[in-house]
Design a protein around this ligand. Sequence first.
Ligand code: X2X
Length: 333
Amino acid sequence: RTLIKATGITAASVAAPLKLAYGQNAEFTFKYANNQPPQHPMNVRAKEAVEAIKKETNGRMDIQLFPSNQLGSDTDTLSQLRSGGVEMFNLSGLILSTLVTPAALNGLGFAFPNYDTVWKAMDGDVGAYIRAQIAKANLHTLDRIWDNGFRQTTSSTKPINSPADLEGFKIRVPVSPMWTSMFKAFGSSPISINASEMYTALQTKVADGQENPFAVISNFKLYEVQKYCSLTNHMWDGFWTLINRRAWDRLPPDVRDIVTKHINAAAVKERVDVAANEATLQKDLTAKGIVFNSPNTAPFRDKLRSAGFYAEWKGKFGDEAWAVMEKYTGKLG
Ligand code: X2X
């Protein structure tokens, strides 16, 4: 005590460096949830980012990552995010659309021809439009959307070659009106099931098929319960990083900037990882027994058009949102 007084060091200034040195007792702690297994590039890059954030904030900001829906299904976790039980969540925009309808815009059937158009739209005006709508629901969204991917259709019973093969097909879809509406337009029997229950639903034949990008088919081990994979590329889906508004507002601006910088950078790296894996994953899945086929997708799009799918969604999204999408995709429907 005498020594501290004599040197002018206060208790606070002694305690602070100790905290920094050992990285304990973080000032801010966030739970950060997602639905992907730990090996998915999203979790690999998110883990690097939370470590970098801890380091650059000298331990002030501690983000704990919870992969594989450890905190609850996507639907549950969205409720927890809104109440503040979970502070951060990577969620598909289409599932978020149960709360914010325009977040499903990018899921419009066959809207994007390739990744180039996806990133232009999502890093451009489509993304900005969606984030502005999400902000109205009291959630903060980081700028860079993570890649889930172009979705392919798998089945335990038969390959999907034409829209007729989808008629009466029992297909698991995520819990979101866009998916239900699309597969109803195909004449299928869509069953809404969260990702955390997907494997079991396929294993027990509650559903005969599902649709997801290669990375999900592989990381969720769907090759154990599915035989065929049809390259339908019927929609592109990504994950927004959503943050509870009150939790975000509690962070000092310098910490917010560090979080924003590292999570956005991680999302961009994850996009590159997912793209790099695509070619090898198809080979891996073939080796695991999956049989691939490449249907002509034009008749699928025609079927959605004639079933009134585009007209229905143009009405739901409104002319402004529709025009923002068409700036990138050309005429929809
Ligand atoms: O639930 C799914 O199918 C998944 C993993 O693709 C989403 O997060 C929408």
